[in-house]
Design a binder for this molecule. Structure first.
Ligand SMILES: NC(=O)c1ccc[n+]([C@@H]2O[C@H](COP(=O)([O-])OP(=O)(O)OC[C@H]3O[C@@H](n4cnc5c(N)ncnc54)[C@H](OP(=O)(O)O)[C@@H]3O)[C@@H](O)[C@H]2O)c1
Length: 212
């Protein structure tokens, strides 16, 4: 698949690393495509990864992955040009700057707000619930970590679930986009355990079904 990843930070690079191993072609959308550090990453990673401005990255992409800070998310989408009919995976979390909670509360979600801003696009929430390291490498875990996906369009959701599996997760359909109201607080649980409870970043959540 041709994937555009907006933002080449921790999450963007981790997902690019995982997906290029599955043969996907990745175009980063960034504010400075000439950035030396990103150029070095791209050079070492794969000829299938390249850096562009947001609009060029998104043109022709099958799926757009939003991996910017929440504070930049709307501007990043607005700079992409036409997003009508595009599948967008929203990895962001609308965190307060001190990580004490979600700045938009619990009766809406960042993903729903972005869907309202990018009318005509199909927004899914995923890859917001665990640390970026787990998106790149799940060695050392006894079972694949869980990654929940929320979104409204069934055929497009099948594609998103496959990309979640391609990144090594057990992909779980969490229902409509409104379920992002559950998945964004779930990210807060991971952050709380990692940073407030001192667990560090080398853990993740798995979902087990009882054997019948
Ligand atoms: N880190 C994690 O473990 C983790 C896990 C799950 C979810 N998340 C969420 O995922 C998102 C990204 O996190 P991160 O840790 O990857 O952040 P990060 O390392 O700070 O990377 C964010 C990237 O977005 C870029 N960016 C900012 N504005 C942009 C724009 N308008 N267009 C294109 N790129 C833009 C930044 O580049 P420049 O500023 O250099 O332009 C930067 O490279 C956040 O919303 C975070 O809450 C993070």
């Amino acid at each position: 698949m041709h994937l555009a990843i907006l933002g080449a930070g921790n999450v963007g690079r981790a997902l690019a690393t995982a997906w290029m191993k599955k043969g996907h072609v990745i175009r980063f959308g960034v504010r400075n495509p000439q950035d030396a550090d990103l150029a070095a990453f791209v050079r070492e990673a794969s000829p299938r990864i390249s850096a562009h401005d947001n609009a060029s990255a998104v043109a022709g992409a099958d799926v757009v992955v939003l991996a910017t800070p929440w504070s930049s998310a709307r501007a990043a989408l607005a700079s992409c040009g036409e997003l009508d009919g595009k599948t967008i995976i929203d990895c962001t979390n609308p965190l307060r700057s001190d990580l004490s909670g979600l700045e938009i509360g619990l009766t809406t979600s960042g993903a729903e707000q972005l869907a309202a801003a990018a009318r005509g696009a199909f927004v899914f929430k995923a890859f917001n619930q665990t640390g970026a390291e787990n998106m790149q490498d799940q060695r050392g875990y006894a079972a694949p970590l869980a990654m929940f996906v929320a979104g409204d369009d069934a055929p497009r959701k099948a594609t998103v679930l496959q990309l979640v599996r391609d990144a090594g997760f057990a992909a779980i359909d969490a229902g409509p986009l409104t379920a992002a109201r559950l998945l964004e607080p779930l990210a807060m649980l991971w952050i709380h355990l990692a940073f407030r409870m001192g667990r560090g970043r080398d853990f993740g959540l798995a979902l087990l079904d009882r054997k019948k």
